[in-house]
Structure formats: structure tokens, C-alpha cells
Design a protein around this ligand. Structure first.
Ligand SMILES: Cc1cc2nc3c(=O)[nH]c(=O)nc-3n(C[C@H](O)[C@H](O)[C@H](O)COP(=O)(O)OP(=O)(O)OC[C@H]3O[C@@H](n4cnc5c(N)ncnc54)[C@H](O)[C@@H]3O)c2cc1C
Length: 367
């Protein structure tokens, strides 16, 4: 069987689904091929922050791209809710990163000043202990202050993913693991589960699977897994109004604790030592958490490039083939849907994304 369309996207995680949705919303005929719900998927196990304040320290294009995405998010959330009735629970009240010592406070202060010089002022500032206690109650004595960014936020990543998939309707093809790509300078034929799909444009957004698929079309996506673990409490009374980089309270009242970073290959088992570190730090911030019961914990794999920045490229050998990957697929969903997808459909990546080509790794890639 042969299916023809304008754009094939490989990978239905948050990156591929947002790009597919953006192209679909422009009227393109899109086919999104995805392994489905039982595959490795960072989109399935993440924390849900739409986080700006620390993104792009030393790399202004990343700071600007992240800010643009935060600005695109409300339109994306409204469009998903308007078309399929799924509310991605977006809240952008500003975000806090708590400091537990003077060293942490001055470290973040330096970072914010540096980022302000490099990428402009978005109102991010340090909040001292006394002011912080007027914003958040129940803080532990060790909290010395926090950094605050007025455009940080959070969302429900599962609703976002489901909303994107549902809005794509029959364009979303689960249980279609791509086995082969045949490329010519005119078009791409992608083979998956006995069906061949043909299009003049192709996006490889297969998360950790991109590494092996990309070279077929002259692209490099040298990503590796980076494990993160998350702890969920029972539903609690309102703890705070702001998301933070290690803790956020969902609309349902559960509290998510996270932010671990470990190199564990493709291992997705949790470790008590890591979970304890996550919980200990958050209990120092909110001593009342000592009374809360933990209901769940999981580990999931981030999709990490060698320098932690996104990779966006178009193939020189096979124009029309693009790659897209990042480790902040929730945060960047707005820009992927409303800025990257239109650029791909126009056939060229914008200059603002030039810094994210994988050519930056040439010479220091070992495999
Ligand atoms: C613990 C943790 C916390 C995180 N917290 C945040 C956060 O707070 N904010 C934020 O912005 N981001 C966060 N992230 C990152 C975010 O989840 C990822 O950036 C995002 O999910 C990456 O999406 P992706 O589409 O690139 O990859 P994935 O979600 O991994 O999806 C890739 C998809 O490609 C499919 N695929 C692979 N190979 C093939 C193939 N051959 N054929 C067809 N399909 C294929 C897979 O089945 C999968 O569905 C977190 C991640 C983790 C692990």
C-alpha cells in the first residue's frame, strides 16, 4: 500500500506531535508515524514545566527561542481546547527556583544578571527571604530566597500529548515503527508496518530513535538518554501558586517532585537513593511535605544532545528532510507548533535557529 502526503513526521512524542499539529493547522496533509504508547517516550514521563528563567545561559538564541515558545503557548493551548475539548492545564503565573544557601542565591543572581546582559530583560529577578515569605507560605527556615521569572509556567504534558494526537485525527498513525527511509532529491518514501508513505518533506523527530534514522537522509542527531526521576504525592491542600524547578502542584492537587539528572543508559528503573535526594531537598523547602504520602514514582529518559541544546537542521544532501529534537519538549511545544512547523512547510529554517544545527558538533563526534 502507498500513501502520499505533503509531510511525513517520524515520532509522535511532544516534538513530532507539535510540529505535525502546526503543519496540519496550516492545511497541509500530514502523516505522523509513531511507535505508540508502549515505546520509550520522554513525553510520557516528564515534569510539565513551561520553563524560561534558566534556559539559554551563554546561548542567547536558546533564551530567545524559549521565550518565544512561552509566548506561543496560550494560543496552542486555546487551539487544542477549541478543536478537541482537551485543556492542557496551562498556567503561566511565573516560576520560582528556591535557594537553600547564600551560595545558591548568589549563584542564581549571577546567572540572571549574565542572562539579562546577553538576552535582554524579561523581568526575571532575585527575591529575598522576607519578600518570598509574602509570596509563599510554609517555607522552611533554610530557604534563603529564590529567583523569579514572570513568564515561567506549567502544563499537563499528558493532556497536551493526547490533545495534539486527537487534533491530528487520522493523520496520527500509532504502532507504525519506521523500518526504512528511501531518499531522493525529490521526495522520501518511508516504510512502516507494511505500508509505504511518500512525501516531499520529512521531519525526523523520533526522540532517541532519531540517532539511527537521521543518517539515512544526510542528517546527524547525536542524542543520548539522560535519566530523570519523579515522585508524586497524594493530593494535598493548596501548597503554592507557582511552579518551581523541583516541585509543582498539579490542578488535581498532587505534588510532583523532580529534577534528578543521571546517566543510566536506557535503564528506566527508579533508585531509592535518587528518590530520597529529590524528596529531601523539597522537604527542606516545604517541611509540611513530611506528612504527605508518596503514591507513585517513575524514571524516564530525556533526549539529550552533547551540549544540551536543541538540534534543528535541514539536510543539504536531501533538501526537504529536517531533524528536530530538544530536551524541553513541553516548553518548546508552542514554538514547534506555531513557528517551526510553518518554517518547515515553507522549506527553510529561520535564521533564529541557525545556532542549533548539528554542524556545531562536527569534529567532536565519536560515533
Ligand atoms: C524526567 C523528565 C522530566 C522532564 N521535564 C520536562 C519539563 O518540565 N519541561 C519540558 O519542557 N520538558 C521536560 N522534559 C523533556 C520532554 O519530555 C522532552 O523534551 C520531550 O518529551 C521530547 O519529545 P520527543 O518527541 O523528542 O521525544 P519522545 O517523547 O521520546 O518521543 C519520541 C517518539 O518517537 C517515536 N519513535 C522512535 N523511533 C521511531 C521509529 N523508528 N518509528 C516511529 N516512531 C518512532 C517513539 O515511539 C516516541 O513516541 C522532561 C523529560 C524527562 C525524561
Amino acid at each position: 500500500m502507498l500513501r502520499v502526503c505533503d509531510l511525513i513526521v517520524i515520532g509522535g512524542g511532544l516534538v513530532g506531535a507539535a510540529i505535525s499539529w502546526g503543519a496540519h493547522a496550516l492545511g497541509a496533509s500530514v502523516i505522523l508515524l509513531d511507535e505508540g504508547d508502549d515505546a520509550y517516550r520522554a513525553a510520557r514521563g516528564n515534569f510539565g514545566l513551561v520553563w524560561v528563567q534558566s534556559k539559554g545561559d551563554g546561548v542567547a538564541p536558546y533564551a530567545l527561542w524559549t521565550r518565544r515558545s512561552a509566548a506561543c503557548w496560550p494560543a496552542l493551548a486555546a487551539a487544542i481546547q477549541g478543536t478537541v475539548g482537551i485543556e492542557p492545564a496551562l498556567h503561566q503565573p511565573g516560576g520560582l527556583a528556591f535557594c537553600l544557601s547564600d551560595e545558591e542565591f548568589y549563584y542564581r543572581d549571577d546567572m540572571l544578571r549574565r542572562m539579562q546582559r546577553e538576552s535582554g530583560d524579561i523581568g526575571t529577578r532575585m527575591v529575598h527571604r522576607e519578600e518570598l515569605r509574602t509570596m509563599v507560605s510554609g517555607l522552611g527556615d533554610e530557604v534563603t530566597g529564590a529567583s523569579f521569572c514572570p513568564i515561567d509556567g506549567h502544563a499537563n504534558p499528558s493532556y497536551l500529548l493526547r490533545g495534539l494526537h486527537q487534533a491530528l485525527g487520522s493523520a496520527y498513525h500509532p504502532r507504525k515503527s519506521v523500518e526504512r527511509i528511501d531518499a531522493t532529491v525529490q521526495d522520501f518514501t518511508v516504510h512502516a508496518a507494511g505500508v509505504s508513505y511518500v512525501a516531499p518533506k520529512l521531519v525526523i523527530a523520533a526522540g532517541l530513535g532519531s540517532r539511527n534514522l537521521a543518517p539515512t537522509v544526510g542528517l546527524k542527531v547525536p542524542v543520548v538518554p539522560q535519566q530523570g526521576q519523579i515522585v508524586i504525592t497524594e493530593r494535598l491542600r493548596k501548597l503554592l501558586d507557582f511552579p518551581t524547578h523541583t516541585l509543582r502542584q498539579t490542578d488535581e492537587g498532587t505534588v510532583m517532585l523532580g529534577d534528578s539528572i543521571e546517566d543510566a543508559g536506557f535503564d528506566t528503573t527508579t533508585r531509592v537513593r535518587t528518590l530520597r535526594t529529590i524528596v529531601d531537598r523539597n522537604m527542606r523547602v516545604f517541611p509540611a511535605l513530611r506528612e504527605a504520602s508518596v503514591t507513585r514514582a517513575w524514571a524516564a529518559l530525556r533526549v539529550m544532545s552533547p551540549d544540551g541544546l536543541p538540534i534543528y537542521d535541514q539536510s543539504i544532501r536531501y533538501p526537504g528532510a529536517f531533524s528536530a529534537t530538544c530536551h524541553s519538549g513541553v516548553t518548546l511545544a508552542g514554538a514547534h507548533a506555531l513557528a517551526l512547523a510553518p518554517a518547515i512547510m515553507n522549506g527553510a529554517l529561520p535564521d533564529a535557529l541557525a545556532a542549533f544545527t548539528a554542524k556545531r558538533f562536527l569534529g567532536n563526534l565519536t560515533s
